[in-house]
Design a protein around this ligand. Sequence first.
Ligand code: SDX
Length: 432
Amino acid sequence: MSDKTATLSIADPNGAIETIELPVYSGTIGPDVVDVGALTAQGMFTYDPGFVSTAACESQITYIDGAQGILLHRGYPIEQLAEHSDYLETCYLLLYGELPTAEQKAEFENTVRYHTMVHDQLTSFFHGFRRDAHPMAILCGVVGALSAFYHDSLDISDEQHREIAAFRLIAKMPTLAAMSYKFSVGQPFMYPDNSLGYAENFLHMMFGTPCEESNVNPVLARAMDRIFLLHADHEQNASTSTVRLTGSSGANPFACIAAGIAALWGPSHGGANEAVLNMLEEIGDVSRIDEFVARAKDKEDPFRLMGFGHRVYKNFDPRAKVMKEAADEVLAELGIENDPLLEIAKRLEQIALEDDYFISKKLYPNVDFYSGIILKAIGIPTSMFTVIFAVGRTVGWIAHWHEMISGSYRIGRPRQLYTGHEQRDYSPLEDR
Ligand code: SDX
């Protein structure tokens, strides 16, 4: 894999120079990587807080070009998948590497369909939470608890066990997510309806009641499916890297996904979609946008424009473009003209993209900027936004976990730059 080398020259204060040859690997597309494994033998580590320029693994699942605003799933552009595919077909693609035939797609959908129910004893976990518990707190707990139901029947070295775990997680996440919502509003849990599609079934479990037939708007179901699809995977982001690191210890996939959910919750990551809506509501009127943009630029103010900026995209996030189109479609379908929050969002985007601060720092709207507008229009409460993100991203987490476990891997164990005390002797209490 390597026909290039990098030479590292290290000059000590006395002028002596030591050189180390490091192999350079090239991928199919994207930046080359320098294999720095040999540095440990030389008594050195690389130093890269936040992994800004670190490739933690080799992967074939998703490719991002941040400068060009490109996102490929197994080589297919996200724009084409969002227009022509659906969430479960994209799940198949991410897991198996190819688009399914009609027969493979039907079989995959059928297998997911017959795993959507959860063990009835799981419902008792919900009743341990306060009614006002954040749905992400509930989801973290209940998905982790799935380990208790499957841990003993799961050999992660067995390909079939890994596949059934993938089906269980992809199928049960919408059910658990809807249960988190129903619990918070004091309504009875809804069973999945096997006659419905994935996103339609989720909206049925979210907003249906035992008192009447569900009647899910197909435009809203399509928008929900596209939101799941746009969140399906995104290379080695914080939560996916968490899943990989957790899985590298041999932890079961349910525990790994619970770890991914916890990592996603933060407002710098998946929690941003909830934070965007809260920010737009706090702005309240286009006349106050300049005030908030000024705060976002003020170094002394911790406020950031939520939904803007990205570690990798230094151009438009391609998902944000699709999300923006979907927002217009959904609002038009619902007859919501001039939605005040959408007006604020569009004006905020326009102002930010003309402002030198945002231009110089290459801060563009990301996937979270418009998703909340659609979710709110569909009737999803703000506190459920990151839960929706977690449902969509579950397949990405599982695909990366499976890619790692089915290949050769070692436990992830980063090192550090130590700047603490040198060795010193214990001082007795009376001497302190
Ligand atoms: C997701 O990694 C993924 O792929 C994530 C994701 C996925 O699908 O998994 O794409 C999903 O998490 C999208 C991002 C959602 N988060 C937000 O919208 C929160 C707001 N954005 C920021 O917190 C920030 O932009 C991050 C966390 C997204 C990126 O942070 P970085 O890469 O560490 O960049 P940084 O914080 O070092 O910012 C660089 C500069 C800084 O200024 P300087 O110190 O150089 O002077 O840009 C500034 C920051 O202050 N900046 C912002 C800003 N984002 C960065 N200033 C104002 N508002 C912002 N939103």
